[in-house]
Design a protein around this ligand. Structure first.
Ligand code: NZQ
Ligand code: ZN
Length: 353
């Protein structure tokens, strides 16, 4: 295991009926708020009204319409509103896209140049406005991490930026806020959670038993609860397990003591940059193919995929290569059972693309 620093100061407020804590959560940062949200799901499910009720004592500016795969134009708009209104804290209510946009708005508030500079070069991210969020979908882990992923449709780039000051100060995780997430987005979110684990688990640093065991536990949790949430969208326990899995899968815990890069995410981000596809769906298509591609590349790789097969899927046997192959097949079948596209052509990405 390698040396590491683990610093995740987010104050997590998990569970239902906690929105009345919002004024206290925000007040410590100031009275002037930028309320950021997405394309309208929070208006349809009533969360928008519930949040506004809590904000009567605050001066509120709004930025709506943050798109999935959030665009730099929305970030620029948010920075302008925040500067014009001398905002003190950002309240992001929505999914990963809304929270990621809020993060770069928060940093852009203190930056004099164009916000895209911050995405291209994280070393330019210093101070940032505090962020409080109400998460509405289990997927990215942004609610408890330092990352933001922003797209630029002009340059066809989708890039991650990072900064310690981007870590949300307080995240409200209420599983009931995820009841209205569609089947498609629920499935995509679960695959995203699993992919975050895969990126950190399939790693050649030795002696990371604890990190691996936590990873295997999260994978089993997602595999168990996703079909339940798809069948019963308002099943509290299923939604609760997925929501907490999303935060724990990408808050740095599973990569502590490990070194190594990510593989599937960078490929998916290129696909999203060009074709604006749903992140988790892209990951679902690429992941089993990538596992197949690396399967026989090195003995330790085969062994690690076999470990995943044994500990997550309960596959038994003596031959690691056979177990690993079965694990890849199980992964593909599981993703397919979630009824999402499993090929690029189903997303209209064909040979000419
Ligand atoms: O925009 P609204 O109307 O809110 O609808 C959204 C959107 O259409 C909808 N939705 C969210 N919560 C809902 C809901 N619909 C009904 N009920 C609810 N409660 O779901 C759609 C997708 O939302 P989005 O925020 O895009 O989803 P997600 O959380 O999966 O975020 C994806 C983005 O995060 C990036 C992805 O690349 C993508 O841009 N990622 C961010 C990471 C990070 N910051 O650490 C890591 C990830 O690997 C990922 O790259
Ligand atoms: Zn992801």
């Amino acid at each position: 295991m390698e040396n590491f620093r683990y610093y995740v100061p987010t104050d997590i407020r998990f569970g239902k009926n906690r929105l009345n804590e919002l004024p206290e959560a925000l007040k410590q940062f100031g009275q002037k708020i930028l309320f950021v949200y997405g394309g309208g799901s929070i208006k349809t499910n009533g969360l928008y009204d519930e949040v506004l009720k809590q904000l009567i004592d605050f001066e509120v500016s709004e930025l709506s319409g943050i798109e999935p795969n959030p665009k730099i134009e929305s970030v620029r708009k948010g920075i302008q509103i925040a500067k014009e209104n001398n905002v003190k804290v950002i309240l992001a209510v929505g999914g990963g896209s809304v929270i990621d946009a809020a993060k770069i708005i928060a940093a852009g508030y203190y930056y004099d140049g164009d916000a895209w500079d911050l995405v291209l070069d994280s070393s330019k991210i210093n101070l940032a406005l505090p962020i409080v969020d109400v998460l509405t979908i289990a997927a990215t882990g942004t609610e408890m991490n330092r990352n933001a992923v922003i797209s630029n449709s002009e340059t066809k780039e989708k890039l991650g930026a990072h900064g310690l000051n981007l870590i949300p100060k307080i995240s409200f995780l209420d599983p009931t806020n995820t009841f209205s997430v569609s089947k498609y987005q629920t499935a995509a979110g679960s695959i995203d959670i699993m992919s975050h684990i895969f990126e950190q688990y399939f790693n050649s640093t030795l002696a990371t038993d604890l990190q691996d065991a936590i990873s295997e536990g999260i994978l089993k949790t997602v595999i168990k609860n996703t079909p339940i949430a798809l069948k019963e969208p308002i099943n509290y326990d299923a939604r609760a397990n997925l929501l907490w899995a999303s935060s724990i899968a990408l808050n740095g815990l599973e990569s502590t003591g490990k070194i190594g890069g990510w593989t599937v995410h960078p490929i998916e981000h290129e696909l999203s940059a060009y074709y604006d596809i749903t992140h988790g769906v892209g990951l679902g298509i690429i992941t089993p193919r990538w596992l197949q591609y690396i399967l026989n590349s090195r003995l330790d790789v085969t062994k690690k995929i076999a470990q995943y097969g044994k500990n997550v899927w309960g596959i038994v046997g003596e031959d690691d290569l056979k177990i690993a192959q079965k694990a890849i097949d199980e992964t593909y079948s599981f993703f397919k059972s979630l009824e999402i596209p499993m090929s690029l052509s189903e997303l209209n990405i064909n040979n000419e693309n």
